[in-house]
Design a protein around this ligand. Sequence first.
Ligand code: GLU
Length: 271
Amino acid sequence: MFKSKASKITGILLLSASMLLSACGKSDKETSGTAAKNALEQIKEKDKIVVGVKYDTRLFGLKNPSSGEVEGFDIDISKELAKDILGDEKKIEFKEVTSKTRIPMLNNGDIDMIVATMTISEERKKEVDFSDVYFQAGQSLLVKKGSPIKGLEDLKKGTKVLAVKGSTSAVNIREKAPETTVLEFENYTEAFTALKSGQGDALTTDDSILYGMVDQDSNYELVGGTFTDEPYGIAVKKGNKELVDAINSALKKMKDSGKYDEIKNKWIKSN
Ligand code: GLU
């Protein structure tokens, strides 16, 4: 009697354990399968790509106050992606991101991809997937013309450097000039306004972005050359290989056809 009761209990336990296991296995597979399949399919289904871009970064993504349109290198690259993936460059919606908000917005599902002066880094690869490199920048310094700061070596104790929250620049500068004080702002408009109002001695970010500020105000100049590599990539939610492949294929076509160079020459001056 005791034996049979025990084996009955064991049997029930085994049965429920195996049911539990098979349920877990199934739902795991289904969840990841759906996520992997749907990023590109969802874009095709809604017939529109929602792209996170900068609105305050001259040359890359800048909202033109008179037309209300966003313009720049990242914008033109995004339009080409829409043309290749959906057959029409107008099948796109732009949403503003900052360096700080872009990864949370992507992972929240607010945007399908980030095309916003974003460096591919090992740290970020833990959170998002990247396309191939589509632009190569490097970190530099912007100062008022005539400033005693000529390069990294002048960022001593007591100097103030302005940077933007969530950028690689804010992290790198602490490593490269450990004695300087770093002040972080929400976006590049705020950081440049702070530099102009004397809140800091230099502003640091990618040379490509700093050239846009010089374009806006020629009283400022880049100094000290570049001291990091900032390869830009297009970021998508993790685990979306099909979308990454579609982006890489579109980028390759842009390069092969000469369209990439055309866009680059339109926005980026060779220095
Ligand atoms: N490329 C750097 C980064 O991804 C600086 C530009 C930016 O803040 O977007 O952090």
